[in-house]
Design a protein around this ligand. Sequence first.
Ligand code: ASP
Ligand code: CP
Length: 307
Amino acid sequence: MIKHLRSAADLDADTATLILDTAAEMAALAGREVKKLPTLRGRTVVNLFYEDSTRTRISFEAAAKRLSADVINFSAKGSSVSKGESLKDTALTLQAMGADAVVIRHPASGAPHRLASWVDGSVINAGDGTHEHPTQALLDAYTMRSRLGRIDGLKVAIVGDVLHSRVARSNVLLLTTLGAQVTLVGPPTLIPIDVAAALSPGTKVSYDLDSVLPATDVVMMLRVQTERMQDSYFPSAREYSRRYGLDAPRMRKLPEHAIVMHPGPMNRGMEIAPEVADSSRSTIVEQVANGVSARMAVLYLLLGGKA
Ligand code: ASP
Ligand code: CP
């Protein structure tokens, strides 16, 4: 088993499948009255968050607690980071407290790679800049497999602000490793030149959502990340929505069995209409629940559990 999960590229097909299978076993626990396993008793998991998070932070905490680990939640806001303390010194402090795993979210791409050279424990990337978010890709793959029965051969459209999306990058890497066919869809300004080929040679690009939808099993809508935009990438929110937003008439172009995903948080009314987000095709709430199982599996396997 790998020691760190810094990128979805750390996962070959066998390792990714083992994590998804383990997540399925963890999910079975969620239905039991006593949801805890004693597996990580005496181990310490630190959640080191330099950027805001709702789902990822809460689900890593729930996952570690369900495995009986001791959990330390560190958020940069309110810490000595405001006094200028560096990531390295913060990491060494955590190391002195005996962290077996550090879950890190950071605005700088590559922060988890740096961290791994400073601490002895496992490092898990919970989102670094515009680079990667590998546990999001795992929970997304898990959701696809549980809804559609497989990943191999699925046609997945990832739609919207690809340029700023670590979710898109990790999903392209993981899904293609597992045999899915990915198409990135969005305005040319938000799809970096050659990104598809650089990430994975089989990945396609389209600028026309309507033509992609009829042959799609999974449509994954991305949040328009205005907080990461310095320039103007499209004429207006209304125009973006008209071309690339998923509303009910557009959703009807999908095959009957297709599902609609979104990592959250959503801009309701911009990339996704409320009636689509709340429809029976939407897996958005399921994705959050699956996030706990997927993160339990990652912590369990990285910290030395057996399948
Ligand atoms: N929550 C995800 C992330 O942190 C997606 C998003 O923010 O749009 O990358
Ligand atoms: N999907 C996701 O990472 O959500 P948060 O930013 O709320 O953690």
